[in-house]
Ligand binder design. Structure first.
Ligand code: RP5
Length: 164
C-alpha cells in the first residue's frame, strides 16, 4: 500500500457534504489519502497530534475544512510545516463568510492557503494538492492535463438557446 500523501480533515461530520468533494477528486486522481473528523475545539489534543506527526508520516499537504469560528486550518498550520489548504464550510447563520474570514485572515508568518466557500473550494483544494504533487509526478501531471482538457471540451460544447 502506498504512503498517505494528503490528509483531509474536517471539524464535524456535518462538514462531509462539502468535504466529500475534495475526497472525490483525490480518489479520481488516484492520490493516496485519508479523511477524518478532527475538531479543533472538541479534540484539540488529537488535532495537535495529527499536525505534529504529519512531517514524519510523509504527508505532502493537509486539506482542512471547518465552519463558523473555523480555527482548524490555522491551528494545524501553527503545529506543522506541511502546507495546509483551508476550506471554509458554509455555516448556518452567516453562510460561511465567518468561516472564510476565520481561515483567510491568518496573521503574517503562518500561512493557510484559503479556497472558496463550500463545494467548489473543497474540490479546488484537492486539485491544488494534485497540482503540487504533479510537480514531481509525471503520471499525475498527465491526469491533470487530461482533466483540464475535458473542461475545455465541455465549455466548447456548451450551447445557448436561440434568440427569441
Ligand atoms: C465546526 O463547527 C465544524 O467545522 C462545523 O462546520 C461547525 C458545526 O459543527 P456541528 O455542530 O455540526 O458538529 O467546528
Amino acid at each position: 500500500m502506498k504512503n498517505i500523501q494528503i490528509g483531509v480533515l474536517m471539524g464535524s461530520s456535518s462538514d462531509w457534504d462539502t468535504m466529500q468533494h475534495a475526497v472525490h477528486i483525490l480518489q479520481q486522481f488516484g492520490v493516496p489519502h485519508e479523511y477524518r473528523v478532527v475538531s479543533a475545539h472538541r479534540m484539540p489534543d488529537d488535532m495537535f497530534a495529527y499536525a505534529q506527526d504529519a512531517v514524519g508520516r510523509g504527508l505532502k499537504a493537509i486539506i482542512a475544512g471547518a465552519g463558523g469560528a473555523a480555527h482548524l486550518p490555522g491551528m494545524l498550520a501553527a503545529k506543522t510545516t506541511v502546507p495546509v489548504l483551508g476550506v471554509p464550510v458554509a455555516s448556518k447563520h452567516l453562510s460561511g463568510v465567518d468561516s472564510l474570514h476565520s481561515i483567510v485572515q491568518m496573521p503574517k508568518g503562518i500561512p493557510v492557503a484559503t479556497f472558496a466557500i463550500g463545494a467548489a473550494g473543497a474540490a479546488n483544494a484537492a486539485l491544488f494538492a494534485v497540482a503540487m504533487l504533479a510537480n514531481n509526478d509525471i503520471v499525475l501531471r498527465a491526469r491533470l492535463e487530461d482533466f483540464r482538457a475535458e473542461q475545455t471540451q465541455t465549455a466548447r460544447d456548451m450551447t445557448l438557446p436561440p434568440t427569441p
